[in-house]
Design a protein around this ligand. Structure first.
Ligand code: AP5
Length: 212
């Protein structure tokens, strides 16, 4: 199955992608994770992307389209993919349609007020890459899954979050109309407990027996 997760920053795309990819045995392709890894390694893509990612703007389309084209040509994508964070502009969605169009697009909806609280409280593990919220942690510095060090992402400051939300509403939200017209969009309520959101997504993908 070829899936796209659409939704504003902090809607829970990464959290849900981990559950759905394990269930469907497809690779989780997060363009945000790929860019952060490129930035920390200092690759040419990382150098081009750094200022955009840290300010909450969008990295230029041509950089992202080439990165995703290359990733989707790898052998593990033969059985499908889950794209988390791509496409984010109409130009990117037109490019994906030409490269390898998705079967289903899941739009995870959460209001802006809730997103701000989620993102300012997010902590990520530098070892296992798990994502947590400080409200769930007894120690905000140690990963409860693997004992690794927890950090706050550089773009999870209130000012950058506000910028990311503005960018989402002006440049990414129009994709809801794009994929509605394609007939592939399903919207789920992301403001529910994590396991309920997973269940809603699985229902939106069809009965579990039909999943492949
Ligand atoms: P990216 O990493 O994709 O960031 P994002 O889209 O802003 O999404 P997030 O990772 O912030 O949120 P999420 O929806 O995955 O939420 P999460 O599961 O972590 O992109 C970063 C940057 O890279 C962009 O700003 C841009 O510069 C660049 N970039 C990436 N792709 C690009 C592209 N295609 N084109 C151009 N530039 C691109 O959850 C958030 C928090 O909520 C966590 O604390 C979690 O524990 C909590 N939570 C999750 N689910 C629930 C729930 N059900 N109830 C309560 N809390 C929950």
């Amino acid at each position: 199955m070829k899936l796209v997760f659409l939704g504003p920053p902090g809607a829970g795309k990464g959290t849900q992608a981990a559950h759905i990819c394990a269930k469907l045995d497809i690779p989780h392709i997060s363009t945000g994770d790929m860019l952060r890894s490129a930035i920390s390694k200092g690759t040419p893509t990382g150098l081009k992307a750094k200022s955009y990612v840290e300010s909450g703007g969008l990295v230029p389309d041509e950089v992202l389209i080439e990165m995703v084209r290359e990733r989707l040509s790898e052998s593990d994508c033969a059985k499908g993919y889950l794209l988390d964070g791509f496409p984010r502009t109409v130009h990117q969605s037109e490019a994906l349609k030409e490269i390898c169009p998705p079967d289903r697009v899941i739009n995870v909806f959460v209001s802006d007020e809730k997103l701000l609280a989620r993102l300012t409280g997010r902590r990520v593990c530098t070892a296992c890459e798990g994502t947590f919220h400080i409200s769930m942690l007894s120690n905000a510095e140690i990963c409860p899954s693997c004992g690794g060090k927890l950090i706050q992402r550089k773009d999870d400051t209130p000012q950058t979050i506000t910028n990311r939300l503005n960018v989402y509403h002006t440049q990414t939200a129009p994709l809801i109309d794009f994929y509605t017209a394609e007939g592939t969009l399903r919207t789920v309520d992301g403001d529910k407990p994590e396991d309920e959101v997973t269940r809603e997504i699985l229902i939106a993908l069809g009965s579990q027996d039909d999943l492949h």
